[in-house]
Write a protein that binds this ligand. Structure first.
Ligand SMILES: Nc1ncnc2c1ncn2[C@@H]1O[C@H](COP(=O)(O)OP(=O)(O)OP(=O)(O)O)[C@@H](O)[C@H]1O
Length: 412
């Protein structure tokens, strides 16, 4: 197609701009005719608000699905996953099978969670069953560990009580004050005695049918202080929260490696300490959770032809494009490069009429994580995957990635 892509962004990050310039795309302002807009989640909210009613043309593409918050707002993600499980249960899907204790066998991948203040009484009921448990409170609309704290006594969250006038007032007058409270996972896998999480990038190009890609070069983010479940350290966020935004303020934060490990290093470490099979099964499980989380929101209308999105496991709509180390800069530059190669094949003006299935050699460091169309053409929908012995992305390459399947290996 003739003509160069006209781009605009409201995120002034060199990893983005260098990528646009390398393609010799033309910078324009948001009021001009544009083809590619890499926008912040605040902008997407404004641009696609009911009042603005903006509609993308066939030659325009943006980097978020308009309803991305269905997956990335903590309360909505929980609501969608709960609803998805109930729907599968009603359909009699084998995926919704439960064990003798009434726990989902394949879909039990989010810790017990309640919304506060709305579910306060339900939470209290659950808390009383096991009063020695620890819970984690997170503001629904925030990220980067902001506003998160741990509790182990009901008195610590009295103000979220449904009956408390203050809480009702606060929640009603400001949506920001709503929280989710989740059972705290107090026996995490530790490396060097420290807790870590995974930042994995997933690119979604369509929700219906679901087509998503997984970036091979994710990383682990480590805490700077050794883990202890001791209640005396409950307030020490350097022990409990793995977010770089938190850890970088710690005395022991290392500015050279930024407390990060590549996923391939993690894999090697786990293979040597726990064995190949269990490591493979762990990665299979991670991929399974990703696909299931996306399926859970695919029914909430997050689909649109001319958008794509990079998301993460835990789940975040706008993963930081700030580079905290030299390796970070390279990773993020390549991530954007590979993303653009998939969503704008050959660097050409997007045309939503083409089918977005780039050849394997154009995927760079991405691998197909799940391709619903392919799975359907092979007569394997998600319900059948349980019994498939197909290749899993984690263990032996992609083979289309349609074979992501539930696994039940226990990790410990
Ligand atoms: N249920 C849990 N049990 C144990 N640790 C948890 C739990 N939930 C969250 N954490 C810890 O808290 C950190 C922050 O949680 P979460 O990622 O949900 O919040 P966030 O503020 O949205 O962070 P981000 O912006 O990185 O997505 C996690 O990286 C993890 O280390």
């Amino acid at each position: 197609m003739a003509g160069k892509v006209k781009w605009v962004t409201d995120i002034e990050k060199s990893v983005l701009i260098n990528n646009f310039e390398k393609r010799e795309w033309v910078p324009v302002s948001e009021n001009e005719d544009w083809n590619f807009y890499w926008m912040s989640i605040q902008t997407i909210r404004t641009v696609f608000s009911v009042d603005t009613g903006y509609r993308l043309s066939d030659e325009q593409i943006v980097n978020h699905f308009p309803n991305h918050y269905e997956l990335t707002r903590k309360d909505l993600m929980i609501k969608n996953i709960k609803r998805y499980r109930k729907d599968l249960e009603k359909e009699g899907s084998p995926l919704a099978e439960k064990d003798e204790n009434g726990k989902y066998i394949y879909l039990d991948f989010v810790p017990v969670t309640f919304m506060l203040p709305s579910d306060y009484n339900l939470f209290v009921e659950e808390f009383r069953k096991n009063p020695s448990s620890t819970w984690i409170m997170k503001p629904c609309g925030k990220a980067q560990g902001k506003g998160i704290f741990l509790i182990n006594k009901l008195s610590q969250i009295k103000k979220w009580s449904r009956d408390s006038r203050t809480s009702t007032f606060v929640a009603a007058s400001s949506g920001k004050e709503a929280y989710v409270i989740s059972l705290y996972i107090d026996n995490p896998l530790l490396i060097g005695g420290k807790k870590f999480d995974l930042r994995l990038y997933v690119l979604v190009t369509t929700y219906r049918p679901l087509k998503c890609y997984m970036y091979k070069l994710g990383f682990c983010r480590f805490c700077t202080v050794k883990y202890t479940p001791s209640t005396s350290e409950l307030d020490n966020m350097f022990v409990h929260l793995t977010n770089v935004a938190i850890q970088k303020h710690g005395d022991d934060y290392n500015h050279v490696h930024g407390g990060k490990w590549t996923v391939s290093n993690l894999r090697l470490y786990l293979e040597s300490t726990r064995g190949k099979e269990v490591t493979s099964r762990l990665f299979d499980q991670i991929h399974w959770i990703m696909v299931q989380s996306l399926k859970a929101v695919a029914v909430s209308g997050v689909h649109s032809k001319t958008t794509f999105q990079n998301i993460l496991t835990n789940v975040n709509a706008s993963p930081s494009l700030t580079s905290s180390t030299a390796n970070d800069r390279i990773l993020k530059y390549n991530l954007i490069n590979d993303t653009l190669n998939i969503v704008t094949p050959n660097g050409e003006i997007p045309d939503c009429r083409w089918s977005r299935s780039p050849p394997r050699e154009a995927l760079g460091n991405y691998q197909v994580l799940y391709d619903e169309e392919q799975a359907q053409s092979e007569h394997t929908d998600l319900r059948d995957l349980r019994s498939r012995s197909g290749q899993s992305l984690g263990s032996k390459g992609t083979k289309g990635g349609a074979g992501v399947r539930p696994v039940t290996a226990s990790w410990k």
